[in-house]
Design a binder for this molecule. Structure first.
Ligand SMILES: Cc1ncc(COP(=O)(O)O)c(C=O)c1O
Length: 442
């Protein structure tokens, strides 16, 4: 007998197991409302298949790495070949060196890379590089910016009750209170306020870390350029967290797309082709403290990881990057994204709901507000409850996305766009009609 929402007994049993062995029955990060939760059986291209035989168009795509879609033949072939040669060495290997070389070729600020296992690790170690170079401890980050799960990142990335700038609000329990003194918070896209905070704290600051494209919000013209100028003037290091934007906005990431080169960049997601791999990238001079030859010299940065530069991840990353280098790859993703954004925009306008599509054609979503969206506080004014309802209504109609993010890929085709827009139109019809109101939205 089918369970809730047409669920098969097998899927029901798996979800019950999840409730027993995982807190809240989830992995952390994304979760669907319990009634519409499902268990993935397999995934191909842009589609997920669950244990009840249902199919979904997937705009989560592993939370971003799968810009080629699921189980891309080039990635599968590369991984299968490498599997037979060994899965991890904790030693140099050819694929790892080739990937390092390719990152240095692609990413403007990269002369050298240090591999690690996740985007969170990359931003954590990038801050260590900045502190070492600057011999200062504090960092400035932006309200609403997310740099992974570590203690420095989880400050005002999604505060329910933001404080006056530059005071941080911890996003999680378990963060040592002393760290609140180490992190300053500024509003994204507000250069004047950033300039004031930096001027006051310049002598304590090691780095400014930023998602150049923050969650869904593009930088306003001149903002990143201004940030580059301010940090350079004060000798503070500028860190671009390119875990999402790297190889997505352009092959050279946000640095290439927006034309601003930071001192340090973190790449993750796409560069590991769906496997655990990320990297800190910077000039050889900034990276020198990672060199074991520096051990005992005072500025040595200790960084080790069991899976650093894992060869399976490296071949998956190399296969993914090779597809992205093919002529027309980015044009294709951007064109599909633009078509979907435009279609969504038209449907929202027809619906009469106060809403807009925010983002760049490779990653975007709907925000239920008609006010300009320029920073976290303007995102907070959007109707977050309505966004959640909408996301659930889309799951019911076979479209899976995060509450505030749709990742585009090379394999979303015209058919996916058409079916997604049908689902949108249908889901918009059942949304309650009311004015946008204040409320949490993440
Ligand atoms: C901008 C950004 N930085 C860092 C991270 C953390 O990466 P990971 O989940 O691989 O630790 C994420 C994850 O979504 C991210 O979006």
């Amino acid at each position: 007998m089918a369970g809730p929402a047409g669920r098969s007994p097998d899927e029901e049993a798996l979800l019950q197991k999840a409730m027993r062995v995982l807190p809240g029955g989830v992995l952390g990060g994304y979760y669907a409302p319990q009634e519409f939760a499902f268990v993935v059986r397999e995934a191909h291209g842009p589609r997920l298949h669950d244990f009840s035989g249902r199919e979904y168009i997937d705009y989560i795509l592993g939370s971003g790495p799968l810009v080629l879609g699921h189980a891309h033949p080039a990635v599968v072939a590369a991984v299968e070949a490498q599997l037979r040669k060994g899965t991890t060495y904790f030693q140099l290997s050819e694929p790892t060196l080739s990937l390092a070389e390719e990152i240095c070729r692609a990413v403007p600020c990269a002369e050298q890379v240090r591999f690690c296992g996740s985007g969170s690790e990359a931003t954590f170690f990038a801050l260590r590089v900045a502190r070492t170079a600057r011999q200062r401890d504090k960092i400035l980050k932006f309200e609403g910016g997310y740099h992974g799960a570590h203690d420095y990142s989880m400050m005002s990335s999604a505060p329910r009750s933001p404080k006056a700038f530059p005071a941080p609000v911890p996003d999680s329990s378990g963060i040592p209170q002393v760290l609140e003194d180490q992190v300053l918070i500024a509003p994204y896209n507000d250069l004047a306020t950033v300039e004031g905070i930096v001027a006051t704290h310049a002598d304590e600051l090691a780095a400014v870390i930023i998602e150049p494209f923050q969650r869904l919000i593009p930088p306003q013209p001149g903002f990143l350029q201004g940030l580059r100028e301010i940090t350079r003037r004060h000798g503070i290091l500028l860190v671009f967290d390119e875990v999402v934007t790297g190889f997505r906005l352009a092959y050279g990431g946000a640095q290439q797309y927006y034309g601003v080169v930071p001192d340090i960049a973190c790449v993750g997601k796409i560069v590991g082709g769906g496997f655990p791999l990320a990297a800190v990238c910077a000039s050889a001079e900034l990276m020198r403290p990672f060199d074991p030859g520096q051990d005992g010299k005072g500025d040595f940065i200790s960084q080790s990881g069991t899976l650093n530069g894992n060869p399976i991840a490296a071949v998956a990353g190399l296969a993914t990057l090779a597809e992205l280098r093919k002529p027309g790859a980015y044009e294709t993703i951007f064109a599909t994204g633009k078509r979907l954004m435009a279609g969504m925009g038209e449907l929202l306008q027809k619906s009469g709901l106060p809403a807009q599509v925010v983002g760049e054609p490779v990653v975007f979503d709907v925000l239920f507000t008609d006010q300009p969206v320029v920073d976290y506080r303007s995102v907070q004014k959007a109707d977050g409850a309505l966004a959640k309802t909408f996301t659930t209504e889309l799951i019911k109609r076979g479209v899976v996305k995060n509450t505030q993010k749709m990742y585009m890929s090379l394999v979303h085709g015209a058919d996916d766009v058409a079916k997604t827009l049908e689902a949108y139109e249908d889901a918009l019809k059942v949304l309650p009609r009311k004015k946008a109101r204040d409320g949490g939205s993440r």
